[in-house]
Design a binder for this molecule. Structure first.
Ligand code: PEP
Ligand code: MN
Length: 264
């Protein structure tokens, strides 16, 4: 069902208020790795508004490699974020980690994110198949392209056709970067599926200075959108600061992507 053989025309995800992704609508999504509080939310919203970006990312449930790391503000953080985002015309994409969180989060997100650690959580995917909100599925940490497509098939066949695929890098023998961003996945996914393909260069390379080039390469490779981490003071970010752009760097990247897209 997610195959380009099944549906020839590209799927366009409509988040309402004229915010669309796919089928020629290129989308930028940016925000902190973790939602940290009111000031952090408002700083980010102001950055997005200044750049005419309509979608903010951020985790309130964080899958951390260590249980002692910051694990997110939870549903109260999401409610605060939702209120501030609504007031400012910003849409929300946030990770859902387990089935029990879906209902609580539902009214406060515009798009659910399935993280790389949950790409093959088939119970979660089944449940998201019954949800009336778009779902962005990230590629598994060691997942193949076909496995990502099969994960999408779970949600699609469950009845939710509003899906996006996200390349966020895979684990390889290479240690010089956090993950190995698989640029190949972008044209291959675009060929195999009608769903929009999003690139996450932040997790893809994991090194702040190199997020920009990978983002640009993804756009050239045909991505329908870029999701990246940004924070007012990345050194102080609660998570993933090492791969997070400061606002100056974010402004520059956004400008470069806009120029690139205007040439296409
Ligand atoms: C994130 O988006 O902050 C995240 C945890 O991503 P991933 O699931 O790709 O590691
Ligand atoms: Mn992160």
């Amino acid at each position: 069902l997610v195959s380009a053989k099944w549906k020839v025309n590209p799927t366009v995800i409509d988040l309402g208020d004229d915010v669309k992704i796919g089928g020629g609508h290129f989308a930028l999504m940016a925000g902190p790795c973790s939602i940290e509080g009111e000031e952090n939310i408002m700083d980010t919203i102001n950055l997005l508004k200044a750049n005419d970006i309509k979608i903010m990312r951020g985790g309130v449930y964080k899958p951390r490699s260590s249980p002692y790391s910051f694990r997110g503000l939870g549903i109260d953080g999401l409610k605060l974020w939702h209120q501030l985002a609504r007031e400012n015309g910003i849409k929300i994409v946030s990770e859902v980690m387990q089935v029990s969180q879906i209902e609580a989060m539902h009214d406060y997100v515009d798009m659910f994110q399935v993280g790389a650690r949950n790409t093959q959580n088939y119970n979660l995917l089944d449940e998201l198949g019954r949800v009336d909100k778009p779902v962005m599925i990230k590629r598994g940490i060691s997942g193949t392209i076909d496995e990502l497509l099969h994960s999408a098939e779970y949600v699609f066949s469950g009845g939710n056709e509003r899906l996006l695929l996200c390349e966020r890098g895979i684990r390889t023998y290479e240690k010089a970067s956090r993950n190995t961003f698989d640029i190949n996945a972008i044209p291959i996914l675009k060929e195999k599926s009608h769903l929009p393909v999003i690139a996450d260069p932040s997790h893809g390379i994991g090194i702040r200075d190199h997020v920009g080039p990978v983002a640009m390469a993804s756009a050239v490779a045909g991505a329908d959108g870029i999701i990246f981490e940004t924070h007012c003071r990345p050194e102080e970010a609660f998570s993933d600061g090492q791969q997070t752009l400061d606002f100056n760097e974010a402004n520059q990247l956004i400008e470069k992507l806009r120029v690139l897209n205007s040439m296409a």
